[in-house]
Ligand binder design. Sequence first.
Ligand code: PLP
Length: 442
Amino acid sequence: MTTDNPMGSPGVHAELAKRRKAVLPDWLNTLYAEPIDIDHGAGRHVWDAEGNRYLDFFGGILTTMTAHALPEVTAAVSEQAGKILHSSTLYLNRPMIELAERIAEVSGIDDPRVFLTSSGTEANDTALLLATGYRASNQVLALRNSYHGRSFSSMAVTGNSSWSPTSLSPVQAQYVHGSRRPGAPLADLSDADFVDACVRDLEDVLDQLHGNVACLIAEPIQGVGGFATPPDGLFARFKEVLDRHGILWISDEVQTGWGRTGENFWGWQAHADNGKPDIVTFAKGIGNGLPIGGVVASAEVMNSVAANSISTFGGSPATAAGALANLDYLLEHDLRANARHTGAILRAELDSALGGIPGVADVRGKGLMIGVELRWPDGRPAPEMAAEVMEETRRRGVLVGKGGLSGNVLRIAPLLSVTESEAREGARVLLDALREVGEARS
Ligand code: PLP
């Protein structure tokens, strides 16, 4: 950790942490025992209010996509804010139309229509509305270990316990973990047999339902679920089954979109033999921190609902202008190619921990979405080790995330503009921290 900000003021962490406790809900997740308050950022770095600098390998949960304080985005937002901040989709506004056009061009969806929202949760809610409306059915399939948002309906299709006591559970979740974690029921199968078993499970669930199912919602690589990565070909085989029944596939690209996986543009394209979704939802990276999400579907699906609807903040001019500048920057600088290149460097470094550092049970993912799963020698998840490694990397000036059902997977997701030397520096810090904690605990 480098203290190179003369503006930093010691003691503010403690003061803000105290005020936070008095005013925010107890269940708001903070990654560290002592929360960090981020004050500002530039490029791939952020500074806390005490002046400490960190290399950002989490991007505020894969949300800052291109760079912190990117001048192009700042200029676009402030120029638009100086003209008008809000007009509503009841009126036309140029940034919204231009952004929708650009997203439609890269969407991979035939005859695309785009609806903009202000978050990923809202995008998924909209996709569920579209699919259930189009299919005239309320039956929705989702996968175990998934995360789709924190509204009542997106939680209902989330196979993760964080809010389950209060959510509906209409989910017919089958076993498709994706992570081939040691000890999992299907862990010893070959990739091909694992895919077969998942497909049989999907067919079995459909047999048991005896009815009209609207859609399957799934993340191509599960984000909150610990970057659980299914074998190639799984979604293509799912899609064949779904197509036989006319069931739509919603690909939740909130974490995997915009080149994050280094392979093509969307997570669904990152698997060889991929199937093509009917609906794509997105958020996070497109806004580089501005609150924006959205849905792309064919005109047939998008226009099938008899809605007379708007989203107050969806496509709001300043947000759309910023997102457009961000997307243009990503495309002009081919950050997807950079994600593939730097992701491979990072991955090669982290792969060396497998078998070499006690507790490292799996390294997985694609591009700049790399999960490091931690387990004790008897196979039990090691969330305590993950928490310690995070504290240690923080102390050494690198921010990473964690996830997985047990909180035992480190999530490494640098900004897509990360340089080779930053990738190597982050990998070295991670490996040192893993080694120190793993060896002390073994
Ligand atoms: N879908 C996925 C895959 C996510 O990871 C998230 C958030 O982490 C969401 C949906 C919800 O997005 P938001 O927090 O913008 O509502």
